[in-house]
Design a protein around this ligand. Structure first.
Ligand code: 5GP
Ligand code: ZN
Length: 143
């Protein structure tokens, strides 16, 4: 299942570039274009599911296993003090991209998210910086 107009399906098909961290049979991890702190990663199923209300159990389990792996690698790679998971379902819950995804936020003591909240802490680093971050996290996966 794939959706022509879905930005994450287009990333999964490599039609839009993304700073990819990891991929396996069912899932992909890549850097979010917004980095409120150093280490904001998205994990998606390769197939198109809108959100928690329509994803099947096996695919959800695969996404969560990748989320677990990437969370551990991210903490190590950027020397975070903690990791926050975030996952929204429906516009009322602030879901903006309607392809199921989990967010990993690297958190630091007294970081901008704590001071400003996730939205106000938005930062859009250049692609080269996202690529570098993706590489550092990918490397930590193997350690
Ligand atoms: P939501 O609010 O739906 O949980 O999160 C959607 C996320 O997708 C946001 O954090 C936003 O920055 C991110 N995003 C939107 N468009 C793109 C894109 O083209 N590339 C990447 N890497 N992230 C995107
Ligand atoms: Zn999609």
């Amino acid at each position: 299942m794939s959706n022509d107009d879905c930005i994450f399906c287009r990333i999964a098909r490599s039609e839009i570039s993304a700073s990819k961290v990891y991929a396996d049979e069912h899932t992909i991890a890549f850097m979010d274009i917004n980095q409120p702190t150093r280490g904001h990663v998205l994990i998606i199923p390769k197939q198109h599911y809108v959100n928690l209300f329509d994803i099947d159990r096996d695919t959800l389990a695969a996404v969560m296993e990748t989320t677990r792996k990437i969370a551990i690698a991210t903490k190590r790679a950027v020397n975070a003090d903690g990791i926050q998971l975030w996952q929204s379902n429906g516009a009322a819950a602030m879901q903006e991209v309607f392809h199921f995804h989990t967010h990993i936020f690297a958190r630091y003591v007294d970081d901008d998210i704590k001071r400003l909240g996730i939205r106000a802490a938005a930062k859009h680093p250049p692609r080269a910086e996202l690529d570098e971050l993706a590489q550092v996290i990918a490397q930590a996966l193997g350690e």
